[in-house]
Design a binder for this molecule. Structure first.
Ligand code: PFF
Length: 452
């Protein structure tokens, strides 16, 4: 059954949906996470697998997720159980929504801590702390921040409150305005950074690192991480895009909007890599040094370029905005559920979700200092939270979304909601969702645990 609107509201236009979904997709995942995991997994071959996952798994699953959301028009938990009922399927499909909510809490908990780093860097940039920094100085500055749990906690708290405030106000106010102006500004500044990297960094070395594949460096685990990054960066597999789809009007083309979001997200990630690696190599830094990568390389660049004080400050402000528009979408599914089923007002619901995620975030705060010695399979609390969500829960959610849309719903319902008129296009999408995406995810899982 097609539904016209969600009780939580609707985007004022298709363009706003594209902006909001792009706001959700483009975030720390593109600018902070993408470069450092490309660095850890050896560059070119990893990037190639990542791009393959985006196109063959990410794009079709994004369309499926939007289509489910728009058809159900509720929080992912209720959307899944409603659609399952309508299609005559087991109500336990609602568990898929729960899986997403759990993943969302974990992601939000550490996302806010990392966004807190960016908050702290705005003030450092503005105060001129980057001026004249070399690799050693920038490294020491980063170490100084993460070794201080109180500072991390303070910034984490501020960012979580920022997220809560916007979510409490609802989808229409605030969020729409922010994405309209600030996302294009971020893109512009990234292009400028790439220009700087071309002029002053070891651009060709950075370029080759990103695009010259050396498959010898690719392990089964790297392939899993590349796929996990595709899910993380596109906000897929946990209901964020599903709930944004539930606020989309019934006539908008799901295929076109998805392609735009995926294109913009990929462009930002590639630009971030091209801005960062040339500086990494020019400064003699290690590309595989982990989560601190951009917080060490960018200050060196800003500290040396003319106008770096201004550009550096603006850059970190925009990074925060990008993170903000993403964290809002991570919080939304759980908040919508609390409003629908527990009768809470949005304000109360946002406070509950933020509170729980904030508490969980303390684990990440401590994993960079007091708890850095406590590890599980050699991973700290933060590493576990990140690995579990990106590489396991999101792909698992995506897999189930593909199975639901591709195999469990009737073709008629799927076609009706998707509204693709060209048969070839529909067939291609359907084939990707039924076969390529789920089998691809399965193979990557099996390879990662060493079974193939
Ligand atoms: N896509 C966001 C990023 O790249 O930073 C992170 C994210 C948002 C992940 C929403 C998951 C999600 F549901």
């Amino acid at each position: 059954m097609r539904r016209d609107v969600s009780i939580h509201g609707q985007w004022s236009s298709k363009l706003v949906f594209v902006l909001a979904a792009t706001g959700s997709a483009v975030g720390l995942g593109n600018i902070w996470r993408f470069p450092y995991i490309v660095g850890e997994h050896g560059g070119g071959a990893f990037v190639l697998v990542y791009l393959g996952c985006i196109l063959l798994i990410g794009l079709p699953i994004m369309m499926a997720e939007i289509l489910l959301g728009r058809r159900g028009r509720q929080s992912p938990i209720n959307t899944m159980s409603t659609l399952a009922r309508e299609e005559g399927l087991s109500r336990s499909w609602g568990l898929l929504g729960w899986l997403g909510v759990v993943a969302g809490f974990i992601i939000l908990s550490y996302y806010s801590v990392i966004a807190g780093w960016a908050l702290s860097y705005v003030f450092r940039a503005g105060a001129g702390s980057f001026i004249g920094q070399d690799a050693g100085g920038a490294q020491a500055m980063f170490e100084g921040l993460v070794s201080d749990p109180e500072r991390l906690l303070a910034w984490h708290t501020i960012f979580m409150v920022m997220t809560m405030l916007v979510v409490a106000r609802g989808v229409r106010s605030g969020l729409e305005q922010a994405v309209r102006i600030l996302m294009p500004a971020l893109l512009l500044l990234l292009v400028l950074m790439v220009g700087y990297a071309m002029a002053e960094g070891h651009f060709m070395e950075g370029f080759r690192f990103m695009f010259q594949p050396d498959f010898g460096r690719l392990t089964g685990n790297s392939v899993l991480v590349a796929m996990g990054q595709a899910f993380f960066t596109l906000s897929l597999g946990m209901g964020a895009i599903m709930i944004y789809g539930s606020y989309l009007n019934s006539r908008a083309s799901i295929a076109k909007t998805s392609a735009t979001v995926v294109g913009a997200d990929t462009a930002v990630a590639i630009l971030a890599g091209l801005a960062i690696f040339p500086i990494v190599f020019a400064s003699g830094l290690e590309p595989g040094q982990g989560p601190g990568l951009i917080f060490i390389t960018l200050p060196i660049a800003f500290g040396q370029m003319p106008g770096g004080l201004l550009f550096g400050t603006v850059f970190f402000v925009l990074l925060i905005v990008a993170a903000w528009t993403s964290s809002i979408s991570i919080m939304e599914p759980a908040v919508a559920y609390l409003v629908e089923n527990r009768g809470l007002h949005r304000i109360g619901a946002a406070a509950v979700v933020a509170g729980v995620a904030w508490l969980l975030g303390i684990g990440t705060v401590l994993s960079f200092n007091h708890w850095s010695g406590y590890t599980l399979f050699d991973m700290t609390f933060f590493d576990v939270a990140d690995y579990l969500t990106s590489n396991i829960l999101l792909p698992l959610g995506g897999f189930l979304i593909a199975i639901f849309a591709g195999w469990r719903m009737t073709e008629r319902s799927v076609m009706e909601e998707l509204g693709i008129r060209q048969p070839l296009l529909f067939r291609t999408w359907y084939y990707l969702v039924r076969f390529v995406a789920p089998i691809g995810i399965l193979l990557v899982f099996l390879r990662a645990i060493g079974l193939i």
